[in-house]
Design a protein around this ligand. Structure first.
Ligand SMILES: CC(C)(COP(=O)(O)OP(=O)(O)OC[C@H]1O[C@@H](n2cnc3c(N)ncnc32)[C@H](O)[C@@H]1OP(=O)(O)O)[C@@H](O)C(=O)NCCC(=O)NCCS
Length: 181
């Protein structure tokens, strides 16, 4: 990392148009998924963005929104759900993502009881303390539980407020429009 490296965080509603555009660009180039153009349609407000700058440009990003996990037999937990984790390809493998995710974990621990994300790349998160959920997964809807057996790569991060967890038991999350996990 160069000396100009710095980290910051901001709520969605406080982001300038230019920063929003940079975030979309970082996510698009890292993930090659056009749907990131709609990121701020999906999250118009209420998100908490973690931003890493290097060479005076945004190089790494992660987004936290509030969701509600419930481990089987336990209470509903205020959950920091992490999405849109991305580092510009030219800056990957240089420690930006790891440093950003550590900072995120430190900053959320007062406000949240647990953190969660979905990934096809658990190897990046395991050294940072994230654990793959091994038990059955489901969404909680008004009609009851919707099992999601095809869902893989759900990881959780224990925070100081996290109660005792059994990763082999069930885990549910509130259904959102168009999305479970
Ligand atoms: C996954 C991602 C966010 C990691 O960010 P990053 O800034 O590259 O991460 P870091 O440089 O902190 O690397 C952390 C570890 O991952 C490895 N790594 C990261 N990117 C890598 C790459 N492209 N190729 C090989 N190794 C890589 C690093 O070598 C490092 O391993 P180490 O601790 O053994 O040295 C980033 O590579 C990315 O945006 N990838 C594409 C999109 C994606 O897969 N996002 C995550 C899905 S939820």
């Amino acid at each position: 990392m160069k000396e100009s490296f710095y980290l910051t965080s901001a709520k969605t509603e406080d982001l300038s148009a230019a920063t929003r555009a940079s975030i979309v660009q970082v996510c698009l180039t890292a993930h090659q998924e056009e749907d990131f153009r709609n990121l701020f349609t999906y999250v118009p407000s209420g998100g908490w963005h973690f931003l890493a700058y290097g060479d005076e440009q945004l190089v790494s990003h992660a987004l936290v929104t509030t969701r509600w996990l419930q481990p089987e037999g336990g209470a509903v937990l205020k959950t920091a759900y992490v999405d849109a984790v991305a580092t510009l390809p030219a800056y990957q493998g240089r420690g930006y993502g790891r440093t950003l995710m550590r900072q995120l974990a430190n900053e959320i621990e007062q406000e949240y009881a647990i953190a969660c994300l979905e990934t096809d790349r658990p190897a990046f998160y395991i050294p940072l303390g994230w654990e793959l959920w091994r038990g059955p997964l489901a969404g909680r809807s008004e009609q009851g539980l919707i099992s999601t057996p095809e869902q893989h790569g759900i990881m959780v991060l224990r925070l100081p407020q996290t109660p005792e967890l059994d990763l082999e038991r069930g885990l549910t999350i509130e259904c959102q429009p168009g999305r479970i996990w």
